[in-house]
Design a binder for this molecule. Sequence first.
Ligand SMILES: [Zn+2]
Length: 468
Amino acid sequence: MLTVTGALKIVVDATTETEGDLIIVDGRVVAAGAGVGAWVGARAGGTAGASAGGTAGASAGGTAGASAGGTAESLDASGCVVTPGLVNAHHHLLQSAFRTLPGTRGVPMAEWLGVMASAYSARGVDPELVWLAARVGMAEALLSGVTTVADHHLTWPAGADSVEFARAAAEAATSLGGRLAFVRGAAKDDPETAADSAAEIIGALLPAGARGVTADGMLQIAVGPAGVHSDPEATFRLMGEVATTYGVRRRTQANEQVDVVIALERYGRRPLDLLDEWGWLAPDVTVAHLCDVTDAEITRLASAGVTATHAPGCDLPMGWGIAPAGRLIDAGITVGLGTSGGGSNDAGHLLADARLAMQVSPLAGRGLTAREAISMATEGSALGLGRAELGHLREGAAADLCVWDVSGVADAGVANPVAGLLWASPGRRPRHVVVRGRVVVRDYQLVRAQEGVIVAELGARLSAGHAG
Ligand SMILES: [Zn+2]
């Protein structure tokens, strides 16, 4: 059992806030705020011997004795706002090893792709580099409050053992205690090879019959062509078949300006027309970017039940424009938030991008509120992954949460500490982070690894260059 004590505010979900304590048992939220007293009372009265009074005894900070259900631990949240763990719905973790590359800023996408491809082949993308980059990306994620990362992996050199790539990313996440949704992507890959590889990854990394997610929820597999600008109908069709067969989610990218331009050139159609025809406008599909969408297309996405991922931290520097997040939400579309990868957005700091999304939103329609931006970065992203247990702190939720200290000068004078999470103190990091009821960041430090070692290991690989 873990008790988070004395929070100034607990953001339960998009519409509910409470305060005080939050209780976690077996990796799930069992009570928060006003519900805690009733829960403790029911337990003390109803289940004799099962740690009666356990929560009261565990409020001193640090580990406080054992209860019948295991160790009782508490986390001090006084002066802090507690939120659900953030869910980064769109990342490319490999690119964490390729940030701020010369030639990747202020250039057209075709040029950007060429620079990134040469950097990949100069370094040699192999399971070791996938592991090192994913360790960096996941460590950065946890230290900035992101408890689940969707890693859209698009780089598959000829002859690559794709199962080993996926395993490397999964083990990197597990080693630090974060949740990973590994998306077997494709970007100009041979359609059959990509689909077969997706099926192999699912077979190797998930237990039989898992329907996309392990029983503990720590690893999810999904499939996702990069977009109609890079992949043909066959890739969408074959990956769609894999998704149907194994019950995994589908993700793709659409309506970056370049995607619209290429679709018009190549097919004389807009990307969403193609996705529709190819069976990819459906409730199990999440589409990232959506910068250049018409009102009619927004209506079409809404009626198809497609979810969206907003990625302003990538879209703005790439010059793709600002997705009309407010209009998407108002049309009834579930909108999540992603950072995209280090090749276009050098920070995997999702709260910073929630702030950016909020700040730029008035330029693309109505402004987003801080609560809406937080909701996009939590439950919006989680629903796009098909993960109803993530992204909120209602009773029964997976116990992924962040404890944000708002007692310093950067938050002084703030009228609303929840809104202040975004408006004030850019780049803030959480004091503590919990995933599945386990503390993975304590007092701004990773619990399971040393940040410096992770940095040094990637640095050594990058300075050693590529032997083969
Ligand atoms: Zn992207």
